[in-house]
Design a protein around this ligand. Structure first.
Ligand code: S3P
Length: 446
């Protein structure tokens, strides 16, 4: 993958105890959806706690290009939507930068419109498979024009005069695919059904219901979910408070576990059960993570997390847990590097098609820093070194992947030798405050 025009390396060094109370930025999945659904709904949507990362801001720009008004008003973002079915043809290509969620969900959102929309992105996004979203859209009558080889971006969509509702069984556990089909269903006449054999994050279902969509979810005895949405209904602007992103909280959380003497509290973290697989796994490994002040906020479970340095033990992480921690494997691998014994992670095939081939990127980064690991086709085994002796000393290739950069900077905080990453710029896609937040806790990272 091509490197960005200007790379900015960073290095993390063994640090003293991390201490303090912090808040991480708003949840990325909910932030994208808040701008998208607000931009589609009639009237005004007011959003507090929005993640102001590059990925999410691109979604705001895309909605603006299609007729919504998206403005910052003090601490809030105010979105005035077009009304369902009333998006306008954008005059220029929509540039989603690094963002898989923004691009794939928007393909679903505008696919059924009788207009041309071109999607472009950076070198990482242009390598990611889009066929998983384009296939169901084709079934609804959407034409895919000018796609790069293997259904990749840049690509252009043109919707039919009248999109056909479909019933679609998602072939991979992917909230992005599920969401794209449901959003396309909003503009097809009749009922669109998504059949989801393995549950993934449910923010689209929950939030669409909040905006007034006619959507229902039925779960079979075997756990298969049938999600039905009625097209062409009215959506109405909402007030949304975005909780802290558990996938961002994961970095200070693992850092506090592995840096001796640490004691930190991360406030206001989203605890939706489809997102908490990392916390379940770390607790099984012996982590001291206390859930304080558990509450409901804006229809979601939220808690403050008190995290203290802990002696971790390797565990086997079941493949079924992958959807609830899909973005957290890189940082789990870092926790595993300081655990006694072996941590075995299974069911990681989807990691190969994230912002980078994350399975390979993690394995190479661990090897470069003296961590004993074995990469399989869809597995990773990591054998830890609780005292961090002999670890570090390498430079990690981040491949335009924010989570690879942040994970390996966490590795450096408890390794004997410094850990460098070749580029920190992509961290701004999801967690622009990362470096400041970590140094504020006492981390030696620059
Ligand atoms: C997301 C779904 C996941 C996740 C991504 C955000 C979403 O992707 O990795 O960071 O907001 O729907 P997949 O659907 O490809 O698993």
């Amino acid at each position: 993958m091509n490197a960005p025009a200007t790379q900015s390396p960073a290095t993390a060094r063994r640090s003293g105890a991390l201490v303090g109370r912090v808040r991480v930025p708003g949840d990325k999945s909910i932030s994208h959806r808040a701008l998208m659904f607000g931009g589609l709904a009639s009237g005004e949507t007011r959003i507090s706690g929005l993640l102001e990362g590059e990925d999410v801001l691109r979604t705001g720009e895309a909605m603006t290009a299609m007729g919504a008004r998206v403005v910052r008003d003090g601490a809030e973002w105010v979105v005035t939507g077009t009304g369902n079915g009333c998006l306008l043809e954008p005059e220029a290509p929509l540039d989603f930068g690094n963002a898989g969620t923004g691009s794939r969900l928007t393909m679903g959102l505008v696919g059924p419109y009788d207009m041309r929309v071109r999607f472009v992105g950076d070198a990482s996004l242009s390598q990611r498979p889009m066929g998983r979203v384009l296939d169901p859209l084709r079934q609804m009558g959407v034409q895919v024009l000018e796609a790069a080889d293997g259904d990749r971006m840049p690509l252009t969509l043109h919707g039919p005069k009248h999109a056909a509702p479909i019933s679609y069984r998602v072939p991979v556990a992917s909230a992005q695919v599920k969401s794209a089909v449901l959003l396309a269903g909003l503009n097809a006449m009749g009922v669109t059904t998504v059949i989801e054999p393995v549950m993934t994050r449910d923010h689209t279902e929950k939030m669409l219901a909040g905006f007034g969509a006619a959507i229902e979810v039925e779960t079979d005895a075997d756990g298969t979910r049938h999600i039905r949405v009625e097209g062409r209904g009215r959506l109405t602007g909402q007030v949304i408070a975005v909780p802290g992103d558990p996938s961002s909280a994961a970095f200070p959380l693992v850092a506090a576990l592995v840096v001796p003497g640490s004691d930190i509290t991360i406030e206001n973290v989203l605890m939706n059960p489809t997102r908490t697989g990392l916390i379940t796994t770390l607790i099984e490994m012996g982590a001291s993570i206390e859930l304080l002040n558990e509450r409901m906020a804006g229809g979601e479970d939220v808690a403050d997390l008190r995290v203290r340095a802990s002696e971790l033990k390797g565990v086997a992480v079941p493949a079924e847990r992958a959807p609830s921690m899909i973005d957290e494997y890189p940082v789990l691998a870092v926790a595993a590097a300081f655990a006694e014994g072996e941590t075995l992670m299974r069911g990681l095939d989807e990691l190969r098609v994230k912002e980078s081939d994350r399975l390979a990127a993690v394995a190479r980064g661990l090897e470069a820093n003296g961590v004993d690991c074995t990469e399989g086709a869809d597995t990773l085994a990591v054998r830890g070194r609780p005292d961090g002796k002999g670890l570090g000393g390498g430079t990690v290739a981040t491949h335009l992947d924010h989570r690879i950069a942040m994970s390996f900077l966490v590795l450096g905080l408890a390794s004997e030798n410094p850990v460098a990453v070749d580029d920190r710029t992509m961290i701004a896609t999801s967690f622009p405050e990362f470096m400041d937040l970590m140094t504020g806790l006492g981390a030696d990272v620059a």
